[in-house]
Design a protein around this ligand. Structure first.
Ligand SMILES: *[C@@H]1O[C@H](CO)[C@@H](O)[C@H](O)[C@H]1NC(C)=O
Ligand SMILES: *[C@@H]1O[C@H](CO)[C@@H](O)[C@H](O)[C@H]1NC(C)=O
Length: 344
């Protein structure tokens, strides 16, 4: 298995003998694509831009700060005790004639029959080294207003992988670590195999607040910067001393349907745009509301759980996960050729 996942598996096996790093990797289908955002715009219907949302069915525009595992009845994730919600902006294609079309979401490799959705990771360097989130915990990762690179290289918090061919090309490098295929902004050329978005969340917490006014200040990246997995051993700043599991989201976009250069802008620029109007990709961001049942996430982090192998967690198949949905609140056309981005 010559993939970064394979290498991580060997590392995990090696480390299991001395405390054991953990890395859950599992799929969650979309529960809805809608214009609501209980974190940044609570109660606002419609919210300013479109999101794709995965996880538990307690999701709504004004979900309360409480233990949502007790409100949800089902989840679109294959770990059936994960009633958390995760959401990101959607990607649209803008044709040369000025109309927009939403880019479909592909199923990630080795994840199975998800209905669109994302691949979710939770990582921890070893037993007792991370503190799982408390009920009511929420956070935001990224900066929706950003339109310039951070130039953090491999330590970026958000990136895109351009697949030159089908089947994800073996995924030989960790997210954001591939110096040829990974970019902090949108790929600038057509990608025959589509794109993968990666959004990496902060791993340091102030230990006190479940949220903060901008949904970012109660958490922080490690002092050396973000980065997938490898930053887990990093040092947290004194202001945010409590290490939390690293959440990392992956979404694979089937941009290959839009590779006809005749439809691309005449000036040679790339034609894709995030649903909040960002044509650069630097403003890619993710939202999280914690909702695992009881203390099962802590148990998974402390017992070297790897991918979907975890004795401490209960699993369900995708038939059950895909049956968990939430009703669309904002009824608007989101799927044909659109004159403008919804809300823009
Ligand atoms: C969201 O759900 C909560 C409880 O589950 C409920 O009290 C609230 O009214 C709902 N809000 C909306 C906008 O549906
Ligand atoms: C705009 O371009 C797209 C892509 O070529 C095409 O499918 C669509 O029909 C066009 N719409 C109009 C109004 O010309």
């Amino acid at each position: 298995m010559a993939s970064w996942l394979g290498l991580l598996a060997l590392t995990a096996v090696a480390q299991a003998q001395n405390g054991g790093s953990a890395m859950l990797r599992f799929g969650c289908s979309n529960i809805v694509i809608d214009r609501v955002d209980p974190l940044v715009d609570p109660g606002k219907i419609p919210s300013p831009h479109v999101h794709q949302i995965i996880g538990g069915d307690a999701f709504n525009a004004s979900m309360p700060v409480t233990d949502i595992a007790n409100l949800a009845k089902c989840t679109s994730c294959t770990f059936e005790e994960d009633f958390s919600n995760y959401w990101t902006a959607n990607v649209y294609f803008k044709a040369r004639n000025g109309t927009y079309k939403r880019v479909p979401i592909m199923v990630n490799d080795a994840i199975g029959a998800a209905n669109g959705g994302m691949t979710v990771y939770y990582s921890s360097p070893g037993k007792g080294q991370t503190t799982a989130f408390k009920p009511g915990f929420r956070m935001f990762s990224g900066d929706a207003m950003r339109r310039t690179p951070t130039n953090l290289g491999r330590r970026t918090q958000s990136c895109f992988r351009c697949y030159d061919g089908p089947n994800f090309q073996g995924n030989v490098n960790s997210p954001c670590f591939d110096s040829v295929r990974d970019t902090e902004g949108f790929p600038t050329k057509p990608c025959p195999g589509g794109w993968r978005s990666s959004v990496i969340f902060p791993i340091c917490w102030d230990g006190k607040h479940l949220d903060s006014p901008n949904h970012v200040d109660h958490v922080a990246h490690p002092v050396d910067g973000p980065a997938s997995f490898t930053s887990m051993g990093g040092k947290c700043p004194a202001s945010h001393p409590v290490k939390i599991p690293q959440i990392h989201l992956e979404i694979v976009w089937d941009t290959s349907k839009f590779n006809n250069k005749a439809d691309w802008p005449a000036d040679g620029s790339q034609p894709f745009v995030l649903s909040h109007g960002d044509t650069t990709g630097y403003g890619q961001h993710g939202d999280y509301v914690f909702g695992w049942k009881g203390d099962v996430l802590q148990k998974a982090m402390d017992n070297a759980c790897f991918a979907t192998n975890c004795k401490q967690l209960k699993s369900q198949n995708f038939n059950k996960a895909n049956a968990c949905t939430v009703k669309t609140v904002v009824k608007e056309n989101n799927d044909g050729w659109l004159d403008k981005l919804p809300g823009m």
